[in-house]
Design a protein around this ligand. Structure first.
Ligand SMILES: [Fe+2]
Ligand SMILES: [Fe+2]
Length: 268
């Protein structure tokens, strides 16, 4: 691993400046839940790529430990800043809600397509943590900025590795541009999926003792849009999403601002 969360000095966090940042609390706690559940995805991926020992070794020995470390680093941050919050108990509540959704049915129909879907997920995570890094700097929270920076780099590396596996399978599957766009589009629609909603629900109910309502999550998503507007690295996201299409540089340079505009229109 390129970094170790045990080496981060959590005692340097200035709790007083951020403990009332409720939006930040939801963002980080939710991310910690999803990251720490990576062992479930890892097992599903290993089943899906059965027989591909090289990919399985990488998933087991590198990808999963790195994703789990992301979860542990964020969990420790939550426990340091909001010690009154019962992370363990809330995580159990989240797992009960979420595990039934983690099945192989969610996978793409072929190995190359599933790798493309994984590249979309890693695009989502690497850019989310880049946005979190930018936000942390504004909140004057350098420890969180450092954690988010490290995680974002790992996610870009995961994207690169999944791209290698995609290329390997695409030699046989030979997906056309339309197929590639369809997988990317379908996976993008799933990014605003059950994991985010259910983690919000679990956290809200545990924290407030009240029952969850969809309108609360809509409100949270409106806050996420505000956060994205200010901090999200749109160009980085679009370039990563376009990469499998192997556009030439001129087309890519023309496409980026067009897609960026389109994403803003539909509220991403
Ligand atoms: Fe991660
Ligand atoms: Fe990742």
């Amino acid at each position: 691993m390129r970094w170790h969360y045990e080496n981060i000095d959590y005692t340097q966090i200035n709790r007083e400046t951020i403990k009332n940042q409720e939006f930040l609390f939801y963002l980080i706690t939710s991310a910690s839940f999803i990251e720490i559940t990576s062992d479930v995805y890892e097992k599903n991926l290993v089943t899906f790529y059965k027989g591909d020992e090289e990919t399985i070794r990488w998933l087991e020995n590198t990808w999963e430990p790195e994703e789990l470390q992301h979860g542990k680093a964020l969990k420790k941050f939550v426990n340091t800043v909001w010690p009154e919050f019962d992370w363990e108990k809330t995580y159990k509540r989240f797992l009960d809600l979420y595990l039934p959704h983690c099945t192989l049915d969610e996978f793409q129909p072929t190995r190359a397509r599933e790798m493309l879907a994984r590249m979309v997920v890693e695009t989502g995570t690497s850019t989310f943590y880049k946005a979190l890094e930018n936000y942390s700097k504004d909140l004057d929270t350098p420890i969180l900025a450092q954690i988010a920076h490290n995680i974002s780099k790992d996610e870009v590396y995961h994207y690169d590795m999944f791209e290698e596996v995609f290329k390997k399978y695409d030699k046989e599957e030979k997906l056309g541009r339309d197929d590639i766009i369809k997988v990317i589009y379908d996976r993008l629609k799933m990014i605003d999926g059950e994991d985010g909603r259910l983690s919000f629900k679990a956290i809200y109910e545990e924290k407030t003792g009240k029952s969850f309502e969809d309108s609360l999550y809509e409100e949270h998503k409106a806050n996420v849009r505000q956060f994205a507007k200010k901090y999200y690295p749109y160009n980085m996201a679009i370039r990563m999403l376009l990469r499998p299409l192997k556009l030439n540089k001129t087309v890519e340079n023309i496409s980026v601002p067009v897609i960026k505009g389109a994403l803003k229109v539909i509220g991403i």
